[in-house]
Design a protein around this ligand. Sequence first.
Ligand code: GLY
Length: 622
Amino acid sequence: MESKEVREKFLKYLEKKGCKITPSASLVPENDPTTLFTSAGMQQMVPYLLGEKHPLGARIANSQKCFRAKDIEEVGDLRHNTFFEMLGDWSFNDFFKKEQISWIFEFLTEEIGLDPKRLYITAFRGSPQNDIPKDAETVEIWKELFKKNGIEAKEADFSEKNGMKEGERIFYYDENKNWWSRSGNPENMPEGELGGPDSEIFWDFGEELKLHENSPWKDQPCHVNCDCGRFFEIGNNVFMQYIKEQGKIRPFSKKNVDFGGGLERIVAASQSSPDVFKTDLFLPVINHIEKISEKKYAGSESENDKCFRVIADHIRAAVFLISDGANPSNKAQGYFTRRVIRRAVVKAQKLGINENFMARSAEIAYNIYDGIYDFPKQKVEEELEKEESKFRKTLAEGLKRFNNLVSENADSGKKLLRGSESFYLYQSFGFPKELIQELAAEEDFEFDEKGFDNEFLKHQELSRTASAGMFKGGLADAGEQTTKLHTAAHLMLAALRSVLGSHVSQKGSNITAERLRFDFSHPQKVTPEELEKVEALVNEQIAEDIAVEEKEMSLEEAKNQGAVGAFENKYGEAVKVYTIGGFSKEICGGPHVKRTGELGAFKIIKEESSSSGIRRIKAVLN
Ligand code: GLY
């Protein structure tokens, strides 16, 4: 079945069940500063899952555009994509497990025609330490549905070591696999976050995928979540019925459903193609690359075929990213658009495509979605052309330089790309860091990441000193720099509270002309992903050049307005409140800059423990 039919059947089917259809939200979330991209259907639904009334009611279905930045380097195998569509259906405290599971089973087997014998299921094993029970109810519902289709579905409390056994069809996994929240397992959920047990549906492409002659998995125990290629997750039902409160997972007052089905994958299952790139969602792009490269795509593990898949995925992604406003740049979302374009161009170069091809390939991507999505075609093509031309100016030289480094270092017996070397590729030839990392790995070279990051910071320090030096006839104004860092601290506190939760409060700070040091309450280490989000959020506020407003008011009023800051020992006094758009409101003596645009680029350089329950961040502005 072709993708248009699958998408349409899904929405029509759920419409019959009383769901109202909503359009896809943008890939660049509006009014959600906590994340760069829409990477799951849930993002635009959070307020309704939490209890706000959706204008269309309590049952919703949609097909949501998603972009998963963390998967960029995974793309190249038969199944990973950065851009994909997620078929979603939503219950805001309306229907629950029984309806949801029966509907999805019926949709997949009757509407799409998937053979129920090739469907496998996982469910949540329970988590004694979090006091969350095993989801046996879900398993009973699935068993009953299989039974009605003449299939006895055995359940197994799963052990990866032994693999699955004949007749077993339903498997329990723990919270690292079958618990879903936007931030992963219960431990990682911030305060106020919703989550719940997850029941996933897998498609069996057949044992030959595991047992073929060259398979590294031939003698390994197999299970639905292993990587042999036989099984493919096509959708998941999340029962959003828990919330994190005061550090604990508690039952939420509402029982919600979040179903997410991978359109690309359901189409692949319906077409019996374990290679998503051979379905109608990609094949036109693959055929186009065959034409311009004069090479054939065989769907194999070869380097050439991998290049085909990366290019096909990244062209689609770039077209959608630019359409939703993420133009290639060095900042925030734009950096990811830059990365996918540049990575596609490097792979195209490997296939012998030496001329600009992205802009003229965009048309093929539009056609796949004809009648489904509109594209600002002129803008998309201009941006693709501009970015590709810019990168191609330095690409050949950069690759030559890289190859030289590899042979020189290999000759001297070191398979290491030093920080200074890779930073040179970054700075002089525009190779994104992750791309250099990937190129190094392809040559079996170690990439000195720390070295690269140090060079990066050193360079930033130098350029900052240089620009500060030029300012005011050569005299760097230390006072001005501390004011900027002071405003940056307000943005950072707001960003930390938004990413980590409202338990975060300031525990101290120390600002010099060079850097800001900031202590705050948080029980565990802030993960690199969280730091990245905080940084991106702050930079977004800077890019928006928001006015910083200063107002004097009573402490009472400041409190009522939701300002954060030191409330102690100030009763009865008037306080100054600094407001930065809708993002930050803080009681503070000042001074601050007039607009966030004055700050420049914000960068976190260190996160560490300060004392028990208190974390410390050091950050700079460039
Ligand atoms: N339905 C949850 C997700 O995978 O996004």
